[in-house]
Design a protein around this ligand. Sequence first.
Ligand code: NAP
Length: 338
Amino acid sequence: MPRNTQIVLDNRPQGAATEGNFRLIATDTPPLTDGQVLVRHHYLSLDPYMRGRMNEGKSYAACQPLGEVMIGGTVGEVVESRHPRFAAGDKVVGMGGWQEYSVVDGNAPGLLRKVEGGPVPLSYYLGAVGMPGVTAWYGLTQIIAPKAGETVTVSAATGAVGSAFAALAKARGCRVVGVAGGPQKCRYATEELGFDACIDHRLHTDVKSMSRALKDACPDGIDGHFENVGGTILDAVLLRANAFARVALCGMIAGYDGAPLPLQNPALMLINRMRVEGFIVSEHMQLWPQALQELAALVVAGTLHPRESIAQGLASAPAAFIGLLHGKNMGKQLVKLI
Ligand SMILES: NC(=O)c1ccc[n+]([C@@H]2O[C@H](COP(=O)([O-])OP(=O)(O)OC[C@H]3O[C@@H](n4cnc5c(N)ncnc54)[C@H](OP(=O)(O)O)[C@@H]3O)[C@@H](O)[C@H]2O)c1
């Protein structure tokens, strides 16, 4: 059995997460027993939710135990199988964690899913045609539910979720406005991702300035907003929301290191009779096949072809993860492991 390299959570962050919270170790892979599958990971997905798992305390999911392999989505290839449904060479998506190999119970429901090769690149199953894509699909179709011609906005617009949101909203005939960090990301949003406009949040750091920028980019007001960041952006969106606007609360990354996210204008939710709904995509597994089918079709049609930020080798994962939390990624953040 191959020697495995793994990254474990060594200690919990005090404030901002750092590379020192993680530790790289080498272990022996145990021999397979009946029903088990050995997977060689090709890509590891780095996602903002991992930051929340590093903390102790009440949340929608259990915290990451110290000394254990960091949780994470992976895509790779079966190298050995003692399960009748999996064979060496199968391409599979799973939650293999921050490590080069994983031994998976092939009978456990939902742990390992075979994927097609073909026109969808393997790495996309962790992004556009994976959990982040489904997240965008859920918030857009189940909460915002836009009509053609409506204006929808999204923060962290060029990231894994935001880029899928743009393609899905354009397919429904919406005006789509993004908020992203820096001129390069904003150009990418309008020139490659299909956004009608993109606002650089670094130029609009207070609510008044952001609200003015939103007014210019959304002359008919905002009918639906997909929130990935929280804080100033959400506050300013409330000022520009139309009556009966819908907000899908997906993420609040601006607060993941502990910063407070005060709202100056919460009364506008009442005044505008708004629907503001948080969601966790893994609680809606019954809708994933439908969402994945649409996302794959958009990729094949060429209307969803987001960039990826790819760090090389497992040892680069902690730095890439910290970079993701500070907006250094351009598109889906991955680590290439092979
Ligand atoms: N509810 C769910 O089930 C679910 C599932 C998946 C993801 N999510 C959430 O969806 C959001 C996006 O995830 P993703 O995977 O697509 O990540 P991502 O957008 O690829 O990367 C995170 C981005 O957040 C932005 N950001 C970070 N700190 C910020 C700050 N203080 N102010 C403004 N923007 C900041 C940065 O973009 P800029 O440089 O453009 O600012 C950064 O590139 C996250 O909040 C995540 O937790 C939720």
